[in-house]
Design a protein around this ligand. Structure first.
Ligand code: PLP
Length: 369
């Protein structure tokens, strides 16, 4: 199967451990196992766990723990995967056939276009507009989501804008998918990483064809255990499991055990609170830095997630700009072209204060030159 390069992921894998300042990240600085022990993870008994295979769609205990966050869902609605990205992939693999249409918002996390095209589907995008707080361009949306559309993929809160859809927009999107018989694949891995606004609402419950994907990587701050999941009608969860059997069989046993502790309601809230605290501390630093540019660099402040999307003036392509920042400042950032929007750069807000300040200083000196 031919598949195009996932440009952003490849750029990150190539450079993130080589540069001095990796400002291309998108989660907050991660939790340690020690912090999870403080939340009740039993390290001592963990040492005696036989390292065999785990249940391939996630242990019942973990699936029940995840289902508890999605009203009406049971363990049969859940499939546990190796990260949210694998959950997205499993939905595409189980549902898409050559000739299908896929719609997605842009800018976005650009996994779905590559996967969908490799499966023979055609991808149509509709724009999110900065002027309206990153709401969809509704005309483009209506054109993109038709009865031929098998999957609509969106991320809410959105990567890279950090914007959250309004209730009205969510209803409109869900109604349209009901009318057209489209799977609404809502990637909610940033849900819980709100900075100063109420918790983002899930699309779960807004229709019969809603599939939610999420995981521990962003709002929880635990990307290294590689646990994600999908929540959907049991037939879809089961079809996805069938694909999974062929690929990685299932998630790893140690990660399943760690995830069982993380998803407990009180621990989930502790993880989210930690994320919020980091972001609340860092956002004013980034705001002050942005303001120092006057009108030559603008943004709509992110509402959720450790990412910010900046619009810069001038016509230097974003990839050239990011390359300049990397080679001259040993600092990695994400060009807008890798998230579906030219003329923008994505930067990271989730690090320690001194790291953030120095990363911004380095990016700033290239933006100014
Ligand atoms: C919207 C979105 N979905 C999925 C992923 C990948 O998540 P995971 O690490 O859980 O596979 C990312 C990573 O940046 C993301 O931004």
């Amino acid at each position: 199967m031919a598949i195009e390069l996932f440009e952003m992921e490849r750029m990150q894998s190539t450079w993130e451990n080589v540069v001095d300042y990796d400002m291309s990240e998108s989660g907050v600085r991660p939790l340690t196992l020690r912090e999870l022990v403080e939340m009740g993870f039993d390290l001592e008994s963990f040492l005696d766990v036989p390292l065999g295979y785990s249940q391939s769609n996630g242990t019942i205990e973990l699936r029940e723990g995840i289902a508890a966050h999605y009203p009406g869902a049971t363990a049969d609605h859940i499939e546990v995967t190796n990260g949210t990205s694998e959950a997205n992939y499993m939905v595409a693999l189980s549902q898409l056939r050559p000739g299908d249409d896929v719609a997605m918002e842009a800018p976005n996390y650009m996994q779905m276009p590559g996967v969908a095209r490799s499966l023979g589907a055609t991808v149509t995008t509709f724009r999110l507009c900065q002027d309206t707080g990153w709401e969809p361009d509704w005309e483009e949306f209506e054109r993109a989501v038709t009865p031929k559309t098998k999957i609509l993929y969106l991320s809410n809160p959105n990567n890279p804008t950090g914007a959250v859809l309004s209730d009205e927009a969510m209803t409109r999107i869900a109604n349209r998918c009901d009318q057209t018989g489209t799977w609404l694949l809502s990637d909610e891995v940033y849900l819980g990483a709100e900075i100063s606004r109420p918790r983002t609402k899930s699309f779960w419950g807004l229709g019969d064809r809603v599939v939610v994907t999420s995981g521990l990587s962003k709002a929880y701050g635990i990307p290294g255990v590689r646990v994600g999941w999908l929540v959907g009608p049991p037939q879809l969860a089961s079809a996805s499991w069938t694909q999974h059997d062929y690929i990685t069989i299932g998630p790893n046993k140690m990660s399943d055990r760690i995830a069982r502790v993380a998803v407990q309601p009180e621990n989930r809230e502790r993880c989210y609170a930690r994320t919020r605290e980091i972001l609340k501390h860092n956002l004013p630093i980034a705001r002050e830095w942005i303001e120092s540019f006057g009108w030559s660099v603008t943004w709509r402040e992110p509402q959720a997630g450790a990412i910010a999307l900046l619009k810069y003036s001038g016509d230097e392509p974003s990839l050239a700009m990011a390359e300049r920042v990397r080679t001259r400042q040993s600092t990695l950032i994400v060009p807008g072209s890798h998230v579906g929007l030219e003329g923008y750069l994505r930067i990271w807000l989730g690090g320690r204060e001194d790291f953030l300040r120095e990363g911004l200083r380095r990016i700033g000196s290239e933006l100014r030159s």
